[in-house]
Design a protein around this ligand. Structure first.
Ligand SMILES: Cc1ncc(COP(=O)(O)O)c(C=O)c1O
Length: 409
């Protein structure tokens, strides 16, 4: 039996493809777990075969699971996969930790990298709750939060020259909901020059389409609730870094203190989703390109924001930085707010909800839904106009999505 497992292990290790990494469940064989497909480890603690083993584990001389708030097999399985995905084809080592949500991962980044007196330089148009979090804890912890347009690299450099306390530059690309793309190479170079670290929210692209470490970025965060899970079945998030010692010590400790590790069941669901990431992303991209082409020609639509369209101002940058253009797009209706409301009422197949990255198509009208509480002037500063509609294109037969949009428009 042991030799069979050994033989199988060496066969697995030769497999190098991205989809091979995501589809197989490789537990650490030293820990003596050999299921073909991962079970759910719902135990809160782990037992040892001897007092000596227990001592060695608690003293850090031997590795084993101790308590599920610290780590558990379902967490470790998805962490190892994400590390391989984010460094796929690169000569870079990374360490990932999985969290109970994307926000838990973002807060662990904030808490581990920044201290009172430091400043965070963040892109203005990032996920709304990230802004709320930075503003709230910036104020209570005495951390200065500076927002800027990350497309204006000269302005960023002026800020970095003036503010020597900037310790972290935080970007989200592609961004929500106008699908802008930001130059990760340039951001990493600026950060190096001014001795700051960089972090990128890679949720919209997923590691299949974009690998920020390739451009010298230090940290990546994910709302794994989106494309990585892919089915809308649970919440999870990742923080990954190339400073593996920092992640293992500082970030791990924060996750342990806050109790924000992803629960075994959610990590198990996440693993199921990760297995098909490459297939799903290919289909999301192909479908989104067709839907964008349809919308661009529609008389009720004045503008389509999709990075795959040549008309998008960041198309060439996205082509350089990403493998493909993703599944999310947004478009502007000629008749503004009223047209947006009407479309939401008439849509039949597309699901009316605010999330993204699931296998079915999701639609939302930010002005009357997700951003209805944001003052109009503030919304419009970041392109969230009254007539803007966001679509997370799924993997359905694309003709059905297009005909639903056609009848509703
Ligand atoms: C780009 C982005 N980052 C982070 C988050 C937060 O993730 P979660 O909802 O998993 O906490 C979201 C959620 O929508 C998001 O869209």
């Amino acid at each position: 039996m042991a030799s069979k497992i050994q033989h199988r292990k060496s066969k697995i290790q030769k497999a190098q493809g991205f989809a091979t990494i995501t589809s197989q469940d490789k537990f650490d064989t030293a820990k003596n777990i050999h299921p073909h497909s991962s079970p759910i480890f719902t135990s809160s603690t782990y037992i040892y075969e001897s007092a000596e083993k227990a001592q060695a584990v608690f003293q850090g001389k031997e590795e084993a699971f101790i308590y599920s708030r610290w780590s558990h097999p379902n967490a470790e399985l998805v962490e190892k996969k994400l590390e391989l995905m984010e460094t796929f084809g690169l000569n870079i080592k990374a360490k990932a930790l999985v969290f109970s949500s994307g926000m838990a991962a973002i807060s662990a980044l904030f808490q581990s990298v920044l201290k009172p007196g430091d400043a965070l330089l963040a892109q203005g148009n990032i996920y709304g709750t990230s802004v709320d979090y930075f503003n709230h804890y910036g104020q209570t912890l005495g951390i200065e939060i500076i927002y800027a347009d990350f497309a204006k690299l000269n302005e960023l450099e002026t800020i970095l020259k003036q503010k020597k306390n900037i310790k972290l530059i935080y970007a989200e690309t592609p961004s929500n909901p106008t699908l802008n793309c930001y130059d990760l190479n340039a951001l990493a170079a600026l950060a190096k020059k001014y001795k700051a670290k960089t972090a990128v929210d890679n949720t919209f692209a997923s590691p299949y389409l974009q690998q920020p470490f390739q451009f010298g970025i230090d940290f990546i965060v994910h709302s794994a609730t989106k494309y990585l899970n892919g089915h809308g079945t649970g919440l999870s998030g990742f923080l990954v870094g190339t400073d593996t010692a920092f992640i293992k010590k500082e970030v791990w400790q924060i996750r342990k203190f806050n109790g924000t590790i992803c629960a075994p069941f959610d990590a198990w669901l996440l693993n199921l989703g990760m297995k098909t990431l490459s297939l799903r992303m290919e289909q999301h991209c192909a479908n989104a390109m067709k839907v964008a082409g349809f919308l661009e020609k529609h008389p009720a639509v004045s503008k389509v924001n999709y990075l795959g369209l040549k008309s998008h101002p960041d198309h060439l940058l996205a082509r350089k930085q990403m493998k493909n253009y993703g599944g999310v797009l947004s478009f502007e209706l000629k008749n503004g707010y009223k047209a947006g409301e009407k479309l939401m009422k008439k849509i039949k197949l597309c699901q009316l909800t605010a999330s993204l990255g699931t296998i079915d198509t999701l639609i939302q009208h930010p002005a009357s839904m997700s951003h209805s509480f944001v003052p109009k002037a503030q919304r419009e500063k970041y392109g969230i106009t009254d007539g803007l509609v966001r679509l997370s294109v799924g993997i359905e037969s694309v003709e059905d999505v297009i005909s639903d949009l056609a009848q509703a428009l």
